[in-house]
Design a protein around this ligand. Sequence first.
Ligand SMILES: Cc1cc2nc3c(=O)[nH]c(=O)nc-3n(C[C@H](O)[C@H](O)[C@H](O)COP(=O)(O)OP(=O)(O)OC[C@H]3O[C@@H](n4cnc5c(N)ncnc54)[C@H](O)[C@@H]3O)c2cc1C
Length: 359
Amino acid sequence: MHDVVILGAGMAGMACARRLMLRGVRPLVIAPGHDVASRGETLSFRAEPVLDELGWMDLLDADTALPCAGRYSLWGSAALRRDDQQEQSGWHVDRARLEARMTATLDGVARLRGEARRLSHAPTHVTIDLADGSSIDTKQVIDCTGRAAVTAGSQAPLRRNDRLVATYCSFALDDDSDMLAATLVEAVQDGWWYMTAMPGGRSLLCFFTDSDLLPAGLRKDAGLWAQMVSRTTATAARLDSLGLDPGNVELSFAAANTAAQVTMVEPRVIRAGDAATAQDPLGSNGLATALWSGLQAADSVMALRDDDDSVAARYEQRFLEGIESFLATQHAMYAAERRFSDAPFWQRRHASPVFTPPD
Ligand SMILES: Cc1cc2nc3c(=O)[nH]c(=O)nc-3n(C[C@H](O)[C@H](O)[C@H](O)COP(=O)(O)OP(=O)(O)OC[C@H]3O[C@@H](n4cnc5c(N)ncnc54)[C@H](O)[C@@H]3O)c2cc1C
């Protein structure tokens, strides 16, 4: 019987494992072995205190992270503007490299390659059934499985707020390219574009829209993607200035909608990261939240081992308050763009930021 099993080895799972390890507990981490998709994530400066507590600030170096040089936006007006408050002191991270470095700091933490399929509760433990047919018993589970949220179900329904999806591609920059490590965000009729530098001489281009507004045929036709890019202003100009051809790329797709659990803490199960709340990437907060909640989930488990449930209750309370604040900020950001108020994408976001009932 294991004491603590962490499901998932993204930022939330690893922050949780590292915190437990530093406090003398050796959890078992269960996650599939496949690579993390490179989506050009920006790690907010808000993550700094957690990285510091975990002894991870040194992991942000030239191989894993590029310091952000601010954010430019075409949002709310046709003029390109520099946003001073956003992402000024964050990092553009190479998640695969950063997560590999984080894994290397987990001395003595066992990792099992596997995929959790189902959890069943017994009075003294939880049984985790894995995809390969085996099962594992543990006293406590921390669900860090991201949007898959394996512990979600009829008892813990997900509240979904929208149908945002991301379509993205990456480019290798020329050695002599002088791309500024700044983010560019551009609002258009059906959504918004995001372009950023990544460590390792790469750049990422991403378009966010609702799944029902995604042009039919995009999955098979990069020419369609190039046409969509050509209708932008600053994004097309930036690609052009860097000599990057959006017609010759491989597209990837990912869910990017906001979805939250109603509870973060249940008997023998605690959720962290996207498994607890997945956020629309507009605010660039997902990674910082994953790190913070992974650490909090670990502290909650430590207290629960001493029959103290106050830390877990406080964690859940802070998380739920954070979701309300995040939704209000997100609503204000979308409300700042009024040029396309006849378009469904923007009309949906100008409506009240209240969660839709679970499916
Ligand atoms: C297109 C896009 C752009 C984004 N941009 C940003 C950004 O700029 N800034 C930012 O802060 N955030 C951004 N985010 C959000 C950010 O990526 C997530 O919030 C963050 O990765 C969540 O970390 P996590 O550890 O909770 O989950 P994940 O990183 O998704 O990790 C989940 C882990 O669980 C494992 N797993 C899944 N299913 C199972 C299972 N059944 N059993 C066991 N293990 C399982 C996975 O293999 C993985 O190891 C973006 C998201 C998207 C989609």
